[in-house]
Write a protein of this length. Sequence first.
Length: 349
Amino acid sequence: MARPALIAGLSLIVMEVVNEYGAVNLFGVPTLTEGIFRTWFGLGDRASGLRLAVIVVVIVFAILAIEVWQRKRLRYVEGAQANFPHRRVRLQWRGAWGVVLCCALPVMIGFVFPVLRLGYWAVVATEDFNFAVFFKQALTSLTLASITALLLSLIAFFLAFSVRVHSDSRVCKLVRASTLGYAIPSVVTAVGVMVLLGGMDQLLSDFSISLVLSGSLFAISFAYMVRFMTVAYQPLNASMQGVCSTLHEASRTLGQGNWQSLIRIHWPLLRVNVLACATLVFIDIMKELPLTLVLRPSDFETLATFAFGFAKEGYIYDCALPSLLIIALGVWGLLVIERWVDKEASQSC
């Protein structure tokens, strides 16, 4: 019964580990993602970089395909006892302390100790830290992340509504294809966007149109949308499934079109969900590193690249402040999502 949840968690971990670049680069671990950076930018061998990118994509989709093949037609359902209230189990003091220790250990090692150490480093580094440059780069990255996250959530909201209104299988397949970006490592997405926009720049130059798409804010914003579309679409699609379909049918019966139903029914009911998904995408964009390193324009930094640059040069204390700000934004996003989930649960009850 736990297999779907275990496979989903394992798939997410595999994709995140394959996507990781900052940690493996600092610790000198030779991974495929780090190899793409080294061959594409260090050696200037774009052909080999593209081959490595294809290998990464094949590995990720092969893992997902193997799981689907092994599962085949298995279905997992909850019995009638799933609706019964849970019975509280009282543990002895040894068992209770063991449970508390098991739950507290990951939090202490993965959050409390690193935050305390970063706080100490931030205090030590405040004397020589260039706050003017830091606030400028932070404001720029916050603005880009906010605009992109809100626009992406609105697009995901429209796609979820389109899938529900149109029963055409082609529309569903196109929308499903647009949400595959999260399964592809960021560096592969960045390479693909660079090749696509570079080709468009070359095509426009043949028509004497001086428009540079690659290496601009449009390129990095477009890559963010490709990468994090599924992060916004999946929760909004699930929330829209919870909206009573009879409301949309009633609006059509009263002579309202799809746009009127979208604006007057679905948007008022799901606007909080859209903002919550925008918050989740915003946090993902703020901590995204490989994609930003590849596609960022000159003299453009985000908090993630700002901290990575200091760490790579050996200025460990200077990377503490931007790292703490990323953590603070992540905690704020989790609180927003938790409040949204609690609100959804109270409304369903």
